[in-house]
Design a protein around this ligand. Structure first.
Ligand code: FRU
Length: 460
C-alpha cells in the first residue's frame, strides 16, 4: 500500500482508504483498500472499495459526506458519500499520451460499504498536463461550494463546484515557491484557528526533494479567500523531517479537530523494504494545530489524543536522568518492540539515547546543541543492505526556542515516531533490527540531569 485516501469520519467510525495493490508486494495496478477504526488505534480491514476500470487505475483522492445531496447521486433524502479520485490511464501512458490523469467520482449509499463509479466520469478531464492528480475536496462554507486542491506538476490548482460534478478553475499556487526538488503531489488545504483567528495551511508532498532525501511533505501557512491561497511568507517548512512520512492528508468531518495520517515510507526505497508478506504502514494518526514561534506560524503534529490516552493507561517507569544511564530495561524485552519513551528536561542540551539488542544492532537518537537539531542515526540499526539509500543519519532543526524540552518516542517494532517540543519538530523513521530492542541507554550533558525519563510499555 501507499498513500492514505478518502479519509472520512462518521458517527464514531474513522474510515481510512488507501492506495493498494492487492496482488503483490510492490506498487502495481492501484485500488482503494478500506479499513475502519473506532479508536484510531486498532483497524479492521474492509472490502476493497475501488478497483481499476476502463478509465484506468485508481490513484489518490479524498471523500466527503454530501449532506445536502448536492451531487444528486443519492435519491431525495439520501446522503451520498462521494469519493473524488484520479483515474490514471496506464495505456495512454504507454501510448505516449500526456493526458493520462483525469479526476473522477464514485459514490456510496450505504455509508462506505460499497461504491459505484459515477457514469459521467471523468468529471474533470485533463487539459493536457502530464501530472494532474490527488484531488482533496472540502466544503468551503463562506462561499457555499466545494473547493478542490489538485496537484498540477510543480503547482497546486484550486477548483470550485456546486455539486462535485462540474468544476471551475479558481487559481494556481506555488510556481517558484517552496521546495521543488520533485513533482508536487497530494495537496490538502486546511483551515486552522489560532488566537481567535482563522488561518490556512496548505500541505504539499513532493518527491524527490525532501529535507532528508526522497519523499517528504512541506507546508505553507497563509490565507485562503475562497479563490486564492496567499502564503504569509516564503519560508519552506516541513511537516515531518524524518525520511518516512509521505503523502499525508487530513480527515473530513472532524471539526474542530484536524487529524492527519501519512504513509510511513519513502519512494527512495519503499519497494525494497525487508518485510513480508506485507509492505508499508501508516504513521500514527496525528493532531495538527498552529503554534506561534516569534513572528512565525508553524504546524505542530502530535499523536492523536486517543493514542496518547491509551498509552497513559499503560505500565510506566519513570526515573530521574543521570549523565550516563542504563534504564531498568528488562521490561523492554517483554514489549515485543512496542513502547514509548518520554524525556522531559528543564534545559535541553546534547543527549544521545541508544536502543540496542543482543545481535549488536543499535539505533541512536539525540539532540545536538551546535546544530540546534534533533537527529536519528539508523546506520547501525539492523538490516539496510536492501537499498543503498537507507542507512543514514537524519537531522531536523529545532523550531522551539524554549529552554525546556519534551521529547516523545513511539516505537512499534520497525517504526520510530519522534515528537519534540509539543510537536513543533517531528521525525518518522523506519529501522529493521534483527532482534527486538532489549537495552536502553542515555548519555546526557549535565544540565539535563534535573529531567526525567519515562518508559511506557505498550500492551495491546
Ligand atoms: C504519491 C502518489 C500519488 C499518486 C499515488 C499513486 O505517493 O504518487 O501522487 O496518486 O501515489 O499510487
Amino acid at each position: 500500500m501507499n498513500d492514505p485516501n478518502g479519509l472520512l469520519f462518521h458517527q464514531g467510525t474513522w474510515h481510512l482508504f488507501f492506495q493498494y495493490h492487492p496482488h503483490g508486494m510492490t506498487w502495481g495496478p492501484m485500488h482503494w483498500g478500506h479499513a475502519t477504526s473506532q479508536d484510531l488505534m486498532y483497524w479492521q480491514e474492509q472490502e476493497i472499495a475501488l478497483a481499476p476500470d476502463a478509465l484506468g487505475m485508481i490513484f489518490s483522492g479524498s471523500a466527503v459526506i454530501d449532506v445536502n445531496n448536492t451531487s444528486g447521486l443519492g435519491q431525495p433524502g439520501q446522503t451520498p458519500w462521494v469519493a473524488i479520485f484520479t483515474h490514471h490511464d496506464g495505456e495512454a501512458e504507454k501510448a505516449g499520451r500526456i493526458d493520462r490523469e483525469h479526476q473522477s467520482l464514485a459514490y456510496s449509499l450505504d455509508e462506505g460499504r460499497t461504491w459505484q463509479k459515477y457514469a459521467g466520469n471523468p468529471v474533470l478531464p485533463n487539459p493536457g498536463l502530464k501530472d494532474l492528480r490527488d484531488p482533496k475536496v472540502f466544503w468551503h462554507a463562506a462561499t457555499a461550494r466545494w473547493v478542490m486542491s489538485l496537484a498540477a506538476g510543480d503547482r497546486i490548482a484550486f477548483y470550485a463546484s456546486p455539486n462535485l460534478k462540474n468544476w471551475t478553475k479558481l487559481s494556481e499556487f506555488g510556481h517558484g515557491l517552496g521546495a521543488h526538488g520533485g513533482v508536487w503531489e497530494c495537496p490538502d488545504l486546511i483551515p486552522l484557528m489560532l488566537e481567535g483567528q482563522q488561518h490556512w495551511a496548505l500541505l504539499v508532498s513532493l518527491n524527490p526533494g525532501g529535507p532528508n532525501g526522497g519523499s517528504a511533505t512541506q507546508y505553507f501557512v497563509g490565507n485562503f479567500d475562497g479563490t486564492h491561497f496567499t502564503p504569509y511568507d516564503k519560508h519552506t517548512r516541513w511537516l515531518d523531517h524524518g525520511p518516512d512520512n509521505y503523502a499525508g492528508v487530513t480527515w473530513h468531518n472532524t471539526a474542530p479537530r484536524t487529524v492527519f495520517i501519512g504513509w510511513m515510507s519513502n519512494w527512495l526505497y519503499g519497494k525494497d523494504l525487508p518485510t513480508s508478506p506485507w509492505r508499508s504502514a501508516m504513521t500514527l494518526p496525528r493532531e495538527l494545530s498552529l503554534q506561534r514561534v516569534g513572528e512565525q506560524l508553524h504546524l505542530s503534529t502530535r499523536p492523536a489524543q486517543e493514542v496518547v490516552q491509551r498509552l497513559e493507561n499503560q505500565a510506566r517507569t519513570v526515573t530521574s536522568m543521570t549523565s550516563d544511564q542504563q534504564l531498568p530495561a528488562d521490561a523492554l524485552r517483554e514489549t515485543d518492540g512496542r513502547f514509548a519513551i518520554e524525556l522531559n528536561a528543564p534545559s535541553l542540551q546534547n543527549f544521545t539515547l541508544t536502543l540496542s539488542n543482543e545481535a549488536g544492532d543499535a539505533l541512536h537518537i539525540g539532540y545536538d546543541t551546535a546544530g540546534n537539531s534533533y537527529w536519528i542515526d539508523r546506520t547501525e540499526a539492523g538490516l539496510s543492505n536492501f537499498n543503498t539509500e537507507f542507512a543514514a543519519r537524519h537531522t531536523a532543526p529545532r523550531i522551539s526556542t524554549a529552554p525546556e524540552t519534551q521529547v516523545s518516542l513511539f516505537f512499534d517494532r520497525s517504526t520510530l515516531e519522534l515528537f519534540a517540543d509539543r510537536g513543533l519538530t517531528s521525525m518518522t523513521s523506519l529501522h529493521f533490527p534483527s532482534q527486538p530492542w532489549s537495552k536502553l541507554r542515555i548519555k546526557a550533558a549535565r544540565a539535563m540531569h534535573e529531567g526525567t525519563l519515562a518508559l511506557c510499555l505498550f500492551q495491546p
